[in-house]
Each structure stands twice: as structure tokens, then as C-alpha cells.
Design a protein around this ligand. Structure first.
Ligand SMILES: [Zn+2]
Length: 264
């Protein structure tokens, strides 16, 4: 095929086809939006974490983290007469925020830790891991393993896997309000990092699944072979998209015989 060959249907050159086919797909755009959301939410989470650290009354320090966060309503109704809490509404709102953030991040991470570690199975809100590259699944596994090794705690309560895992504690077991809050902040941060990694995987998969750019040669019985670009090949494969707006004119009837001029 000569280098200056043009597509028989749309007359694009090879370079023009490459430029055209390189546009973002709607799915790619959607993933990019989600990625920037995750980045923003992660920053918000870290900013909130600072407020939580400073806002929790020291008098609550020795309370069990899991007990307080699973009885937020109970704590809301407590009135402490001796003034330990000072203004009651501030810690109440704070506790609600912590509980909400924990539900969003930690609960999800706990539900998915085993799947990430195995590198196989369904991730809620994402789909199955099996179609992804081994290197990507290894990365997710490492994120979980390294986190647990650093804290010497399992994310969830399943208590399996990981290096030296028999000596790990389970989730929030035995953590007081302050230490539990630190563990929760770390888990929440990991949650956003895992989300970002999953989105990056989805994005690369979407990019790789785009039709190959360039020219191919179409041979029809009884006619000389013609050059056909990947864009037009894709359009012809999807009859429903023939009517949609595509740059340049696309013939309605692609079954028409090639003209001797365009044929090579
Ligand atoms: Zn074409």
C-alpha cells in the first residue's frame, strides 16, 4: 500500500485517521472525571482528618473506637453535666462526620480486602478483577499487604493472608478512640488510593480496547482491493452508528462498488 493511500470511504489519509481515532471515548472521559473526583475527595478527607484529630474531646480518649462509632446515636444524646465536653453540638457533629466517612471508606475496604488480596473476584462498584493484567492485580495485592504489615493489623476481620499475618490484630480490635481514629484515617486514605488505582486500570483497559488505528485493505469478490481506514471499518461493523454525525461525508451505501479512481 503506498504511503499516501487514502481511505476509499472517507478519503482520510493515514495521519488523519490516527488523529481522528485518538479522541477520548465517552467512557474514557467518564473515568477521567471520576479520577479527578477521587483526587479531590482524598484531599477533602485528609483536611477533615485534621479537624477530627483536633476536635475529639480528650476526655473520650480511652473510649473504644468501635464502641463509640457504632453507638453514635447514643453519644449524641449524652449530656455531660460536669462540662467536660463544653459545647455539645461540636463533638456530636464531628462524631457523625467520622461515622459517615468510616462507612464510606473503611466499610468498603473491609468488604473488598480479601478480593484485592486474591487478585480475583468482584470489586463492588468496579467489576471483576480477572480481565486485568497480572501486574495490576499484584499492585492491588501489594497495597493491601504493605498496609497491613505497616500497621500489623488486618483491614477486615477475615484474618487471612499477608506476611507474618498470624501476629496481626484484626481491624479495630482494642483500639481506643484516638488510635482508632488514626487507623481509620490511614484506611480511608488507602481507600482513595485503591480507588485511584482501579480507575487507572479501567482507563488503560479502555484505551487498549479502542479499535486499532490505521488502514487495512478490503478485498471484495470481483473488485480490486481498496484501502479502508479503521474508523470506517468500525462504522460499517455497527449499522446503528451509520447515521450519527461523523466528520466528512460517509456514504449511506457502503456496498457501492469502488470507483476505479480510488481502487488500487
Ligand atoms: Zn475511512
Amino acid at each position: 500500500m503506498p504511503e499516501e493511500s487514502r481511505c476509499w470511504v472517507c478519503h482520510r489519509s493515514e495521519a488523519e485517521v490516527s488523529a481522528f481515532a485518538d479522541v477520548e471515548t465517552p467512557r474514557e472521559r467518564e473515568i477521567l472525571q471520576q479520577m479527578s473526583q477521587v483526587t479531590r475527595f482524598r484531599a477533602d478527607f485528609i483536611a477533615s482528618a485534621d479537624v477530627w484529630r483536633k476536635g475529639i474531646p480528650k476526655e473520650f480518649k480511652e473510649y473504644d473506637f468501635r464502641f463509640v462509632t457504632s453507638n453514635a446515636d447514643q453519644f449524641k444524646s449524652i449530656r455531660i453535666g460536669n462540662g467536660l465536653l463544653g459545647e455539645i453540638t461540636v463533638p456530636t457533629k464531628l462524631l457523625g462526620e467520622i461515622v459517615d466517612a468510616k462507612r464510606l471508606t473503611v466499610d468498603w475496604l473491609e468488604s473488598v480486602a480479601l478480593v484485592l488480596r486474591k487478585g480475583d473476584g468482584e470489586v463492588p462498584g468496579f467489576g471483576a478483577l480477572s480481565p486485568f493484567e497480572e501486574a495490576d492485580r499484584d499492585m492491588l495485592r501489594r497495597m493491601v499487604d504493605q498496609f497491613e504489615a505497616k500497621w500489623r493489623r488486618h483491614i477486615g476481620n477475615d484474618g487471612s493472608g499477608g506476611v507474618d499475618s498470624k501476629r496481626y490484630k484484626s481491624g479495630f480490635d482494642g483500639l481506643n478512640l484516638f488510635d482508632g481514629l488514626e487507623f481509620m484515617i490511614a484506611e480511608g486514605t488507602l481507600y482513595y488510593d485503591v480507588q485511584a488505582q482501579l480507575l487507572d486500570m479501567a482507563r488503560r483497559k479502555e484505551i487498549n480496547s479502542k479499535p486499532k488505528r490505521g488502514m487495512s485493505v478490503l478485498t471484495m469478490n470481483g473488485y480490486p482491493p481498496v484501502s479502508l481506514c479503521s474508523v470506517c471499518v468500525g462504522i460499517m461493523r455497527e449499522p446503528s452508528s451509520r447515521q450519527s454525525a461523523v466528520e466528512h461525508a460517509v456514504p449511506q451505501q457502503v456496498s457501492a462498488a469502488p470507483s476505479p479512481r480510488a481502487a488500487k
